[in-house]
Design a binder for this molecule. Sequence first.
Ligand SMILES: C[S@@+](CC[C@H](N)C(=O)[O-])C[C@H]1O[C@@H](n2cnc3c(N)ncnc32)[C@H](O)[C@@H]1O
Length: 194
Amino acid sequence: MPSFLNTLSSGIAAAFRSSGKRTPDIQQFSDRKFLREVYLPAFGQSSGRILWVGCRKYTAGYYALLEQAGAEVWTTDIESRLARWGRKGRHRTGDICEADRLFADTTFDAVLCNGVLGYGVDSVGQQTQALEALSRILIPGGRLLIGWNTDKISDPVAAGLTSSWFSPVRFAGQSSRVRFDDSTHVYDCLSRNP
Ligand SMILES: C[S@@+](CC[C@H](N)C(=O)[O-])C[C@H]1O[C@@H](n2cnc3c(N)ncnc32)[C@H](O)[C@@H]1O
């Protein structure tokens, strides 16, 4: 798979260098702080087995945060080279569009799928396939968090891509949808239909 993310982050870094500004630290973005400070503790407290989709160096610290309250974290990414940033001993390399085959032997209480729709799982067909596959590995009532960007894909919930398997649900004291004034990032929290 082309490492378009490396190209993208190099491009951003180069643009900041040439403008004399510091490279932005992704962990300081408002949506990222929200993920770390609100969602990760809440998912850790409420969920038994959690699947984290999409592993990067900057996500490697998230698994311990989720596990602090007793959750069991698994991770997955389509790129084998990124396994090093997954949960040690509980990582599988594969395509999330085939999550039900990749995790045929287990189910999850929650799936956190942030920055994957629009960053590899792009077409409506791929997104639908991924959502259906994820619905098959989630227990009824299990939570799915999708984080996506308005400048990368069309609204998957408004487009009805989730409604066959999921319903929007309030979580962590927040509305099912959380948006940010200074970012195109959107979080949608969904519950697996019974
Ligand atoms: C923008 S990064 C997001 C990483 C992380 N989830 C986060 O919160 O920042 C997108 C990640 O999704 C992975 N990815 C893209 N397409 C995928 C697919 N079909 N199945 C599994 N992972 C995929 C990429 O390899 C990459 O690591």
